[in-house]
Write a protein that binds this ligand. Structure first.
Ligand SMILES: *[C@@H]1O[C@H](CO)[C@@H](O)[C@H](O)[C@H]1NC(C)=O
Ligand SMILES: *[C@@H]1O[C@H](CO)[C@@H](O)[C@H](O)[C@H]1NC(C)=O
Ligand SMILES: *[C@@H]1O[C@H](CO)[C@@H](O)[C@H](O)[C@H]1NC(C)=O
Length: 783
């Protein structure tokens, strides 16, 4: 049905041309009715939606049909249609309508930093063996049979299914679960034979995209589940790619092993993000809200167990204005674990996206791996830069500071930025050029400029922060990156030497780097502004320089970087972190098939670690200790999560009560008359904002073993500005599955009010039986 340009578009373009400018009056809106109550058969639902549409528009049913983009039929009771603002406001008043949301281009996007790098890996150190690698390899992976039988759905840019990369081969895969209802949608260069027992579903959604941009330009993107971007292929193989010995993004260096976190889990790709026309595809793609919702509705209906969403809303909005929040709410009802990227708007505070308590919000941090691009100066000094470029210089070349080799008309304050056409070929020819990061260009753009001017090498100065991240290389241009202090050393050398020169040696992969993990500076931070009584993010996972499969279609626009196609690439972003957690959730689902999504999230969160591989607090790139607004409960430790001791479980009705506290209703649910606070949701962390006096919240933990009899003792590390009391302080269990409740009373310490100055005080509470430590962060601000 998506194959033909739909008639809505035709009608629409007749009413208002040109498409974008004069059409503000007619925009796609999503009218949410909550969930389907089962009273209507599927084939009746569309008619029911259209009858609403016809009555509000005051037109005949058949005419109304042409304004409809989607009628969501599985779980989500909603439709997307072209409405005027006036019609939209009429819908808001109709009984049963939960929310009317106007779809806006650019509201959602993939959460990648779009770096583009090549590297050869000479080691097998993947996120999966970052912590206690022997225990994971032989423990959780085996126990979970590598995720066998679990289905992970991804909403992303599609998938490059050919298994020359072998990531999506179905060797050793088990049978497709009988309950699976998904399909392999055919389209441009994609048909049912591209699915197998690994990739069991593939669909695409672009009615919203085409309503806005017009028909897809099929030279820019495939009208099918096929991925031209690379992002979806990367996230899918990170979750569930097969173990591929010898994977390498660039063959020159030695080989490593690329593997997904749940290598025997099934995958289903729902393509919702598309290349934006008239943009250099390198940076731009977009995902429309109505397309995302259609994919979510299908994924729920198809029977996925875990959803991995490396996309998100670009600014925090209330749940009722965010279809991703509304849709994932119903996914939670079906027991689906939804894992979302936290966003890449850090290190600025309060920048998180995807903060609903029924999803896991994942921050990004580094691995203990560095890519070193050694730089030798003519005076014998050896500098360790950062690089993933496979190119090097086998002899010394003249070295110049960009500020000294620019054209004369370039203003002084931007002379060293290597902006387009700023270098003087006469002066830069044959030289290694030292350029500062900044201005509008990326390291890649600066490389292009250095090459245009005839330079032979590039040293990037990263003045802002030394992210443990390497620059994006231009084809055949040796590149390395140094921090500000090192740049000053190099500059002093250039100024003092008669004939300054340097050499860039081949890049090397170094593992066991410390400190690690370090929070990625781009990772979005709390506190949560959508609901300041829910602590977010939930967890952090590797999201910096992650190696995974890539789209071979990407060579079209990336030919500048690499003339050939690439099967593996390094990429960074919370987009790369989320699939690590989704994979861990899939493993847990395989080990504990009966656990709810809340139980799985709880297990992952309460067992996360706050210390790095040196047993010191996890840090920010500045070297300061990171906190719960950066990493939530800490860094993912999948093998511990399989045996958490206790879990904070929550049922659908708990989330409905939670919404009642916010005076939000997503469904036909009668709220309890007693008012509580949203902090009362049985969440594995605790945040109380603007506390006045004292508040008491309730929590319930379930003993998940392995012992029937267990005694847990509480332990509190109070946040600044509050006193915390847990009652009872000891919990005893005599069987697995038994629940015990306790209260946490938090009392404001007003003596600290001026010192806190509106900030949150951060602390922890822990239940321990001597073997399991069940950790929960606490954040409190005073009112
Ligand atoms: C489609 O994209 C290609 C590549 O950017 C461009 O050359 C072509 O003009 C576009 N076609 C249309 C119809 O816009
Ligand atoms: C960055 O781009 C903007 C808009 O394209 C331009 O006005 C500005 O001068 C550019 N800044 C630099 C440093 O090039
Ligand atoms: C809401 O639920 C009640 C009780 O389950 C039912 O009687 C009523 O018809 C429902 N209303 C709607 C609009 O679904």
């Amino acid at each position: 049905m998506e194959l033909a340009m739909n008639h809505v578009f035709l009608l629409f373009s007749l009413i208002c041309l040109p498409l974008l400018s004069s059409c503000v009056e007619h925009q796609v809106h999503i009218v949410h009715f909550g969930e389907h109550d089962g009273s209507k058969a599927k084939h009746e639902i569309e008619d029911y939606h259209i009858s609403h549409l016809a009555s509000v528009k005051g037109i005949e049913v058949e005419e109304a049909r042409s304004y409809l983009l989607y009628s969501y039929k599985n779980s989500i009771n909603a439709f997307a249609a072209v409405l005027t603002p006036n019609e939209a406001s009429k819908f808001s008043g109709i009984d049963g309508v939960v929310s009317v949301i106007r779809s806006e281009p650019g509201k959602y996007s993939l959460q990648t930093t779009r770096s583009w790098k090549f590297v050869g890996l000479d080691e097998e150190r993947q996120p999966w063996n970052f912590w206690d690698r022997d225990r994971l390899g032989q423990g959780l992976w085996k126990k979970a049979e590598y995720g066998r039988g679990v289905v992970v759905g991804l909403l992303d840019s599609g998938v490059w299914p050919e298994s020359e990369s072998k990531s999506f081969s179905d060797i050793e895969m088990g049978a497709i679960p009988k309950s699976w209802k998904g399909l392999c949608q055919t389209g441009q260069e994609f048909d049912s034979c591209h699915c197998n027992r690994k990739l069991i579903g593939a669909r695409f959604y672009l009615k919203g995209y085409e309503q806005h941009y017009g028909p897809l330009n099929t030279t820019l993107d495939y009208r099918s589940p096929r991925d031209v971007d690379g992002h979806g292929t990367h996230t899918a193989s990170t979750v569930g790619g097969q173990k591929v010995p010898g994977a390498s993004a660039f063959g020159r260096l030695a080989w490593g092993t690329a593997t997904g976190g749940a290598p025997l889990a099934h995958l289903a790709m729902y393509k919702v993000c598309w290349a934006i026309p008239h943009m250099t595809k390198q940076m731009e793609n977009t995902c429309f809200e109505e397309d995302i919702l259609a994919a979510l509705d299908d994924a729920i209906g198809d029977g996925v167990n875990v959803l991995s969403l490396s996309l998100g809303i670009n600014k925090p909005l209330p749940y009722t204005e965010d279809s991703l929040a509304l849709g994932t709410f119903l996914a939670m009802r079906r027991g689906i674990v939804t894992v979302c990227a936290a966003g890449n708007s850090g290190p600025v505070r309060s920048t998180l996206s995807n903060t609903a308590p029924w999803v896991m919000t994942v921050a990004a941090s580094s691995l203990d791996r560095a890519f070193v691009g050694p730089l030798m100066l003519g005076n014998g000094m050896l500098i360790e830069g950062q690089s993933v470029t496979p190119y090097s210089l086998n002899k010394f070349y003249p070295l110049a500071y960009a500020g000294d080799v620019t054209a004369t008309d370039v203003p002084g304050n931007i002379r060293d930025l290597c902006l387009p056409n700023s270098l003087s070929p006469e002066n830069a020819q044959g030289k290694i050029v030292l350029c500062a990061l900044g201005g509008n260009g990326t390291s890649f753009d600066k490389g292009l400029e250095v090459r245009r001017a005839g330079g032979v090498g590039l040293i990037i100065i990263d003045t802002v922060m030394m992210e443990p991240d390497a620059p994006t290389p231009v084809n055949c241009l040796p590149t390395t990156k140094v921090d500000f202090d090192t740049a000053i050393t190099i500059l002093n050398y250039i100024r003092s030497a008669k004939n300054p020169e340097a050499r860039i040696a081949p890049a090397e992969t170094v593992i066991g780097r410390t400190p690690a993990p370090v929070m990625a500076s781009f990772s979005s931070r709390g506190p949560n502004v959508v609901d300041p009584n829910i602590l977010k993010p939930d967890i952090t996972a590797p999201g910096l320089n992650i190696l995974a499969a890539w789209s071979e279609g990407d060579s079209v626009s990336m030919s500048e970087i690499n003339p050939r196609t690439v099967e593996y690439n390094l990429d960074s972003g919370t987009s790369m972190a989320a699939p690590h957690v989704a994979a861990a959730a899939a493993l847990l689902k395989a080990v504990h098939p009966k656990w709810s999504s809340a139980a799985i999230r709880s297990a992952l969160m309460t067992t996360a670690t706050q210390v790095n591989t040196m047993n010191m607090p996890i840090t920010e790139v500045t070297g300061n200790a990171a906190n719960s607004f950066a990493y939530g409960s800490g860094h993912l430790v999948p093998q511990r999560a399989a045996d958490p001791g206790l879990v904070y479980d929550a049922a659908f009705s708990d989330y409905q009560d939670y919404l009642c506290d916010l005076r939000v209703s997503f469904s036909n649910y009668s709220c309890p008359s007693t008012k509580t606070v949203s902090s009362n949701l049985n969440y594995p962390s605790l945040q109380i904002s603007r506390l006045t006096g004292a508040v008491t919240v309730k929590r319930t933990v379930t003993n998940v073993g392995p012992n029937h009899e267990a005694v847990y003792i509480s332990n509190v590390q109070e946040p600044r500005g509050a006193f915390v009391a847990i009652e009872p302080a000891e919990l005893s269990f005599d069987r697995i599955g038994q629940k015990r409740s306790f209260t946490i009373t938090v009392i404001a310490d007003y003596n600290m009010k001026s010192e806190l100055d509106g900030e949150y005080g951060l602390g922890w509470y822990t239940w321990t039986d001597g073997v399991h430590n069940v950790n929960s962060p606490i954040a409190v601000s005073l009112g």
